[in-house]
Design a protein around this ligand. Structure first.
Ligand code: ADP
Length: 254
């Protein structure tokens, strides 16, 4: 296999997507961001490192894949004939996706390290890395493996109420300690827009993401409401592009 630098040498931007806990929409926003960048004419790759819940293949309607190897490493799966969206999921490498749940830390760390460095991406404008929730050894393995490459930074996803638990603060502390730039915070599930009367109801509190951004001096990238159309499209693997990510997000990762 070529060196890590070799496989990422033609990747212009590397962006990590982090969240304090699971279920806040990290994979959803990674997918939406990838679709939006593709629509803007960019070549995009998604590296799904979420060992215990690899959900991106389903969201992009890519079934279980056998991973092929070339001289440079593992060949990503392309979701379209134009090869504008490439995907590699750690789920593809697991014989039984439930196996990893009981793996000990060192085994996970070793697999992740190899996984991050050994995918033959070729030329990409953006590589989005969907990480497991929280801050764990697995995150350190991702950051360490990317050390030789210039990583642009991380986008942090939170729900309005998750903020109060301090999960996202821990993410920010992790970024500071590992020298990862916080590109911005996104507040997901921020209110529910009624499909009938278009009135927005704040099911959880609102504004927590923005407040946290101010407190931690991080850019605030915007709010994404709960959207039944979005969740059903992702569940069925239909491409559905929300109004978000918007120009503020593109600005942050450029
Ligand atoms: P995570 O990656 O943080 O674990 P997911 O992206 O898998 O979370 O999202 C969890 C669930 O919530 C999924 O079923 C997804 O479709 C749904 N979801 C996420 N964001 C939204 C949203 N803004 N509107 C509606 N459903 C959403």
């Amino acid at each position: 296999f070529s060196t890590e630098k070799g496989n990422l040498a033609q990747v212009r931007h590397v962006v990590l997507v982090l969240s304090g806990k699971g279920g806040v929409g990290k994979s959803t926003l990674t997918t939406e961001l990838a679709l939006a960048l593709r629509q803007a004419g960019k070549k995009v790759g998604i590296l799904d490192v979420d060992l215990c819940g690899p959900s991106i293949p389903r969201m992009l309607s890519v079934g279980r894949q056998e991973v092929h190897q070339c001289d440079a490493g593992w060949v990503p799966v392309y979701t379209d004939a134009h090869k504008s969206l490439a995907l590699m999921s750690i789920g593809f490498l697991l014989e039984n996706p439930d196996d990893a749940v009981i793996w000990r830390g060192p085994k996970k760390t070793a697999l992740i390290g190899q996984f991050v460095s050994d995918v033959a991406w070729g030329e990409l404008d953006y590589l989005l890395v969907d990480t497991p929730p929280g801050t764990s050894d697995e995150h350190l393995a991702v950051v360490e493996s990317l050390r030789k490459h210039r990583v642009d930074g991380a986008i942090l996803v939170t729900t309005p109420q998750a903020v109060s638990t301090g999960d996202v603060r821990r993410e920010i502390a992790f970024c500071k300690k590992t020298g990862l730039r916080v590109l911005g915070i996104v507040e997901n599930m921020s209110g529910f827009v009624c499909p009938h009367c278009s009135e927005c109801t704040n099911i959880f509190s609102k504004g927590g993401g923005e407040e946290l951004a101010k407190l931690t001096d991080s850019p605030f990238l915007g709010c994404v409401p709960l959207d039944p159309q979005l969740s059903s499209s992702l569940e069925e693997g239909r491409d559905f592009l929300q109004a978000f990510p918007d120009s503020a997000t593109f600005g942050a990762i450029n």
